[in-house]
Design a protein around this ligand. Structure first.
Ligand code: PLP
Length: 400
């Protein structure tokens, strides 16, 4: 690395190595998300080895920001047994893209959409007796049976029939001529925390509700309960199938979570330096003039901001990697740009790579770190990265 040149605020506002030009392609935005499909493969295998049961890979919210269709097609090529999405629209997009594995829509159905599920061969979450009736009516009018998973509420109080009153609901579903009950499931509220006693309680309530199938002499459908937290911390919750989301992408759900499975982060967020200057002591940087250097320093500008879903709460809190070193974000993050203090001895050149999430040399910024700095959870960081950022896929050629 060349030594830093003398610090002079009158330095020309151009790249130090302006001659090192490369011509960009149209649409070749200097900011991009890199998705390592081989990391997804690795995580799927590691989770399978850990649980020993089939996997429903959760790809809702644009596959946690990784790209709905490319991720789903890759997981399908890796032989994943089932996929899960939140909304019927996500399921339809997958069917239109050629995804053929079973897909469960996890969200509560909006009655008028019931027919769309059946028409696109999507499995339906039935979360009450009245929803069951809506699904039956839609199935009857299409002359085609609906495949359903019964949702039991064991403590989340979101959607689902309370476990303590699930009997009549289970009986009605089993008796329905228009519904095939493929699964029964519940959702864990506190499994991110391995110390929480709530998971054992939820498991017991769920098993009690499932016992009703035996009581009425009906075949036991697929029982599934474990999200990533359940997969990582509570083997008893693995049952007949698991539903990992964030762990599949190589990210831990919560700071309290334990890395009981060897996971690799699949997503990197990178940008490139587009501006370089010296800022004089006391001259504030960005909107609101909230930060100013105490000594003359070098500052670079990166062309990404909260308009891309990079959180504004990282203003003067987050960090990026440039030339293998960690540098602080200074001043407020703007809609399309933000500034980084590379110090009096830092060097950076226009077009240098800046890593916002991911590794550079031996240094790494994990999504979990970004979430802590931003005062949120890794989920919100990942799904917030929007379609303004192009996605680039690496690896993934091998299957099986
Ligand atoms: C989102 C979701 C999951 C996956 O959760 P992770 O914490 O990302 O593993 C599993 N099940 C249901 C019902 C969900 O809504």
């Amino acid at each position: 690395m060349p030594a830093a040149p003398p610090l002079d605020p009158r330095e020309p506002h151009i790249a130090l190595d302006a001659l090192r030009h490369r011509h960009a392609e149209a649409g070749d935005r200097p900011t991009r998300i890199r998705v390592d499909l081989d990391a997804l493969t690795h995580n799927l295998r590691a989770l399978r080895a850990h649980t020993g049961v089939p996997t429903m890979g959760i790809v809702k919210a644009n596959a946690y920001g990784h790209g709905l269709v490319p991720v789903a097609l890759h997981l399908q090529a890796q032989g994943i047994e089932q996929l899960g999405v939140a909304f019927v629209e996500e399921g339809i997009a997958l069917r239109q893209a050629g995804v053929t594995v079973p897909i469960l829509v996890l969200g509560g159905i909006f009655g008028p959409q019931a027919a769309q599920f059946i028409a696109h061969d999507l499995e339906i979450t039935v979360s009450s007796l009245s929803k069951l009736r809506q699904v039956e009516a839609a199935a009857e009018s299409l002359g085609r049976k609906a495949t359903v998973h019964l949702k039991i509420d064991t403590g989340m109080e979101r959607i689902g029939v309370h476990s303590y009153s699930a009997g009549p609901f289970i009986e009605a579903a089993v008796a329905s001529p228009w519904c095939e009950v493929k699964g029964v499931y519940s959702h864990l509220a506190s499994a991110d925390d391995p110390e929480s006693p709530m998971t054992a309680q939820q498991l017991q309530r769920f098993l009690d509700a499932c016992a009703h199938f035996e009581r009425i002499g009906a075949p036991m459908p697929l029982r599934h309960l474990a999200n990533s937290g359940g997969v990582l911390h509570f083997p008893q919750t693995h049952l007949d199938m698991v539903r990992p989301g964030i762990a599949l992408y190589g990210v831990l759900p919560d700071p309290a979570s334990r890395p009981t499975v060897d996971l690799r982060p699949a997503l990197s967020l990178v940008s490139q330096v587009v501006y370089f200057k010296v800022v004089e002591a006391g001259h504030p940087v960005s909107y609101g003039a909230t930060w100013a250097p105490s000594q003359n320093t070098r500052v670079v500008t990166l062309p990404i901001g909260y308009g891309d879903g990079y959180p504004r709460s990282l203003s003067s809190r987050g960090a990026v990697l440039i030339r293998g070193r960690r540098y602080p974000i200074v001043g407020r993050i703007c809609m399309d740009q933000f500034m980084v203090d590379i110090g009096a001895d830092g060097t950076a050149y226009n077009e240098d790579e800046a890593v916002l999430i991911g590794a550079q040399g031996d240094a790494r910024i994990r999504c979990e770190d970004v979430a802590l700095d931003a005062g949120t959870i890794p989920y919100e960081i990942l799904v917030g990265l929007n379609d303004r950022i192009p996605r680039e896929y690496r690896g993934g050629a091998r299957t099986g």
